[in-house]
Design a protein around this ligand. Structure first.
Ligand code: ARG
Length: 462
């Protein structure tokens, strides 16, 4: 018998290069566990429905489990001639248990089989990634909680704007990742629909029980249209969209860590285990890990664009083009998992330099807005207050002073409304702690948000 399970209508063997060109076994072998799980369940359903005999199903299931053991022991020989993971396993099954193995593919096609395999595989990966996301959020929350007194400069346009708590800055990333986790949760519900039973495209003539298969495999339901079931890759696209946005968040954090760990900022130290040296400049400690994560964001975007482009002109239903969905999806999964893993550890081991941050926060007249707000409370319209403080800042620049260092007389040159209590408002602590409303940087507001984020994280882990 030929290695080709479809050789019947052919008179000539496949060209050797074409065989290699069309094969997917080198990358889709990672689906083996899900392919076998799907087949075991399918065989069970065929027997339950009286489509094959119970003994036949038992023999098939035993054979499949043996193949699983062979693969896990590294004894299985994957063959390019057998094209993909589905036919590698099926051909091996027939080799092992004889012609009865040929009954497994009853009421099924590789088109619905591959859709099932990828959904099962991606579902597990989604769950693992949701866990890693939670671990990174925890690490950020630990840094926030462990550095609650640390004040840093907040920036707009990368120019010093207003002082903020370092913890508040960490919480901004916790929020971004929480939205990522939400997107992952949403896409999982659409992913978790069972496509088997679509057959090649039109359904099957056999009295199958799709709902039973779905329940056995932990799906929430079955897909509702056979054509769509075999030609839909939205679940892969949604995952890659989630991944692109999440990596964009990690890339922004990477950029900040790279800046902060430079000698010019010196806000943080990354642990040696996440940095490398230079082969020529002995003094260097390079933040390779955040740089690489920032770089890998590009390939994750690329994978999303590949998939979108792959799907955009395909007529219904299955087309071989769709075999090209796997490498971008797998690469995205590997990149996201690696990036989250390394990031959680790196954030956990990062050390903060509070003095450096505080010195920087005091530069750039970062409490100027607080004087304007003070004057507004004395009755001045905000625009006039803005003008007064603008002049005060110009005076500071010309005289080489900072705002808290001005004498009361100096302050009062610009507005008679300024009293001795101004000094209660222009320190970094006062500026930060005045912003108490929900979402503000005051210590009490930040503490509330840390507690809230922790509870949300615990609830989502259940
Ligand atoms: N290896 C194929 C893929 O990944 C499996 C489905 C093939 N179906 C077909 N009719 N050629 O897309």
């Amino acid at each position: 018998m030929s290695d080709k399970l479809w050789a019947g209508r052919f008179t000539q063997p496949t060209d050797a290069f074409v065989e290699e060109f069309t094969a997917s076994i080198n990358f889709d072998q990672r689906l083996y566990r899900y392919d076998i799980l799907g087949s075991v369940t399918h065989a069970g359903m065929l027997a339950r429905q009286g489509i094959i005999a119970t003994e036949e199903a038992d023999t098939i299931i035993r054979g499949l489990n043996d193949i699983l053991a062979e693969i896990e022991a590294g004894q299985f020989v994957f063959s390019v001639a057998r094209e993909d993971i589905h036919m590698n396993i099926e051909a091996r099954l027939i080799e092992k248990i004889g012609p009865v193995g040929g009954k497994l593919h009853t009421a099924r096609s590789r088109n619905d089989q591959v859709a099932l395999d990828v959904r099962l595989y991606l579902r597990d990966e989604v769950d693992a990634i949701a866990l890693s996301l939670g671990q990174l959020q925890s690490a950020l929350l630990d840094q926030a909680e462990g550095n609650l007194d640390v004040i840093m400069p907040g920036y707009t346009h990368l120019q010093t704007a207003q002082p903020v708590l370092f913890a508040h800055h960490m919480l901004a990333y916790v929020e971004m990742l929480a939205r990522d986790a939400g997107r992952l949760h949403d896409l999982r519900s659409r992913l978790n629909q069972m496509p088997l039973g679509a057959g090649a495209l039109a359904g099957t003539t056999f009295p199958i029980d799709r709902e039973w298969v779905a329940a056995q495999l932990g799906f929430a339901g079955v897909t509702r249209n056979s054509l769509d079931s075999v030609s839909d890759r939205d679940f892969a696209l949604e995952f890659c969209s989630f991944a692109a946005i999440m990596m964009m968040h990690l890339s922004r954090l990477s950029e900040e860590l790279i800046l902060w760990s430079s000698a010019d900022f010196a806000f943080i130290d990354l642990s040696d285990s996440f940095c490398t040296g230079s082969s020529i400049m002995p003094q260097k400690k390079n933040p390779d890990v955040p740089e690489l994560v920032r770089g890998k964001t590009g390939r994750v975007y690329g994978n999303l664009v590949s998939l979108m482009t792959l799907m955009k002109s395909l007529p219904l239903a299955y087309n071989k083009d769709m075999q090209e969905d796997k490498e971008p999806l797998f690469d995205t999964i590997d990149t996201v998992r690696g990036s989250l893993k390394v990031f959680a550890a790196m954030i956990a081991e990062m050390t903060v330099r509070p003095e450096q941050m505080e010195i920087a926060a005091g530069r750039g007249y970062s409490t100027a807005t607080d004087i304007a707000d003070y004057l507004v409370r004395k009755g001045l319209p905000f625009r006039n207050a803005h003008e007064v403080v603008g002049k005060t800042v110009r005076y500071c620049i010309e005289h080489g002073k900072d705002i808290p260092g001005l004498t009361l007389d100096e302050f009062r040159q610009f507005s008679a409304d300024i009293g001795a209590d101004i000094y209660d408002y222009v320190t970094l602590e006062a500026s930060v702690n005045a912003r108490k409303a929900t979402g503000g940087t005051a210590r009490e507001a930040v503490e509330r948000e840390i507690a809230r984020a922790r509870t949300a994280l615990e609830e989502s882990a259940q």
